[in-house]
Design a protein around this ligand. Sequence first.
Ligand code: FPP
Length: 245
Amino acid sequence: MSVVDKINKDRLPNHIAIIMDGNGRWAKQRGTQRIFGHRNGVSSVRSAIEASAELGVKFLTLYAFSTENWNRPKIEIDALMGLLINTINTETETLLKNNISLKTIGDSDSLPKAVQKKLNEVIQKTSECNGLTVILALSYSSRWEITNAVKCIMNDFSKGKIKPENIDEDTFSKYLNTSGIPDPELMIRTSGEFRISNFLMWQLAYTELYFTPVLWPDFNKEELYKAIVDFQKRERRFGKISEQL
Ligand code: FPP
């Protein structure tokens, strides 16, 4: 029996977010270059997208490149950007065929022009798709996102468009990159690290966290199903007590 049969289809997380970690260690274990791990990580990206679409999950956010990742060696950054372009080139048709739209969050202006162009193309092409939405976090960090939101609020304030007394949590959320996207119910981090690493810090306030030692290139559909089954065992109280639920 596959783990998928244990999933209650009526209680699926609407939005799953993943910190895809461990590509470098996976490559090192095999005595190969880090980029070999990233290349194999692309198959896991495909599996996670496919499994989410098949189950009927509505949003999947993947942390593909953090603001801090700009500090990696240039050769690795260039390889990751190249991999991104190649993957988009080979996968766009599949996205369209499966009614999957692509969005990004993060400081897209800091990405190489060729990457920006490719992303805009696929975002535009898939904009009418209304099945799964895949959100790539690229040059993303929560501190950047929150600081950026404050700048935008200040800008609107100076134009008289917003007053301090009108700012509540909902208003603030609208200034984040994830405006219009529901908060994740489940956040998965692979590779045995127990950190949030500047990922969706506002949005994860009540998210269930799932950590697995599996390295990202080994993360297949079964591993995603396991995370969902674990999520479905949890009682989500949102500050209330069990009897109130
Ligand atoms: C973390 O592993 C992984 C990344 C920083 C990049 C993730 C990229 C991919 C899976 C491939 C391209 C993605 C798309 C969406 C096409 P790490 O390098 O931090 O591993 P380590 O912690 O073992 O060194």
